[in-house]
Design a binder for this molecule. Structure first.
Ligand code: CP3
Length: 334
């Protein structure tokens, strides 16, 4: 993927291996999400579904960012309304004592990676991932994201600064073991998802969380694996991201991509950033918006086409397919 001139930008989509695909919906009738994420054969075949169904240039491991809290002894269930933790840390008198990190519990994920590596076409890189500490901790502290802005999790972080730092350290340690495990089993690229990075003021985010992002990124890049960092909602904070932190910065849908290119350090490649909700509109309107990327793509080679956040569950598949075909077949003038 990196730096190869194929005449067009490479592309894949966040949440591509999920509910947008009719083939996935069929499997989901027979298996629970947890079953699919823990059975090597099913996990590997779901990982590769979008390669066949959408023709994307990369596969992303079918798993979830909540595997790290699971390995830290936190029980949860995936429900229709999203993940629900049985006892979130905010309700505990001694949250640290509740945690029992055991990275060996992540072995089942590596079995899926082994299967994908054996089955995937050589030209398709496998993207491994985990959640960044802030995002993972929002779920650990508050449980289900009852409100998208996680008020209880943010309150906890302000009320319990030193405890928050200890939890960050512990989540970072497990995440690093997890990254190392994924690399050992052959992933080609790594993406760090910080879906909730916009919850805090940029200065506080940088002070509390950037040291961990750097530690995780270093482990990835020391293995010569490209590191993509997705700090959703970070806003002007993307100006503070430095090339020692990541190879690619994934831009959310809020910032025009041209503007992002001016804001982000020129040595950092970009990924993104079509609004996934655009896919609810007509093909004509989708095409109008896609065409706006042609000019950007002509002058910016260090760019991976993607969405500005993951596919939403009721996205019409035919519009997702229309977008994928369009990106593959458009004349990119290069
Ligand atoms: O991108 C992919 O296709 C790979 C698989 C993947 C999943 N989750 C599978 C999944 C990835 C990369 C994730 C990351 C993830 N999980 C994030 C970060 C990225 C983002 O989209 O913000 C977050 C915040 C989570 C936590 C999570 N998992 C939530 C909030 C939910 C429920 C909401 C929803 O979108 O359904 C999940 C469940 C989940 N994880 C599903 C899938 C395919 C949906 C389950 C289903 O099919 O019923």
């Amino acid at each position: 993927m990196a730096g190869k001139n194929t005449g067009r930008p490479p592309f894949w989509f966040m949440r591509q291996a999920g509910r947008v695909l009719p083939s996935y919906r069929l499997l989901k009738e027979k298996h629970s999400l947890w079953e699919m994420m823990s059975t090597p054969e099913t996990g590997a075949s779901v990982t590769l579904l979008p390669v066949d169904d959408l023709g994307v240039d990369a596969a992303i491991l079918f798993s979830d960012i909540l595997m790290v809290p699971y390995a830290m002894g936190m029980g949860f269930e995936f429900t229709e309304n999203g993940p629900v933790f049985s006892s979130p840390l905010a309700g505990s008198t001694d949250p640290l004592a509740r945690l029992n990190p055991d990275p060996s519990k992540l072995g089942f994920v590596y079995n899926i990676i082994d299967k994908v590596m054996a089955a995937k076409p050589e030209s398709i890189p496998l993207i491994g991932f985990c959640g960044a500490p802030l995002t993972v901790m929002c779920y650990m502290i508050q449980g289900l994201g009852k409100k998208a802005d996680f008020p209880e999790a943010v309150k906890f972080m302000y009320e319990n600064r030193s405890l928050t730092l200890k939890i960050i350290e512990s989540v970072t340690e497990v995440s690093i073991e997890y990254v190392k495990g994924q690399i050992k089993h052959g992933i080609d690229v790594f993406q760090l998802f910080d879906t909730h990075s916009g919850l805090l003021p940029v200065d506080l985010y940088n002070e509390l969380f950037i040291p961990s992002i750097k530690k995780i990124g270093r482990v990835v890049r020391e293995s010569n694996i490209p590191f993509i960092y997705f700090p959703k909602g970070l806003g002007v904070g993307i100006e503070t991201v430095t090339p020692d932190m990541c190879d690619y910065l994934s831009i959310d849908w809020h910032i025009p991509i041209k503007k992002a290119r001016k804001m982000v350090h020129p040595e950092i490649g970009l990924q993104g950033n079509l609004d996934p909700r655009l896919l609810y509109s007509s093909k004509e309107e989708i095409e109008v918006q896609l065409e706006k990327y042609i000019y950007f793509g002509k002058s910016n080679r260090n760019w991976i086409f993607n969405l500005g956040h993951g596919f939403i569950k009721d996205t019409p598949f035919e519009n997702a397919k229309f977008m994928a075909d369009w990106v593959r077949e458009a004349d990119w003038n290069r």
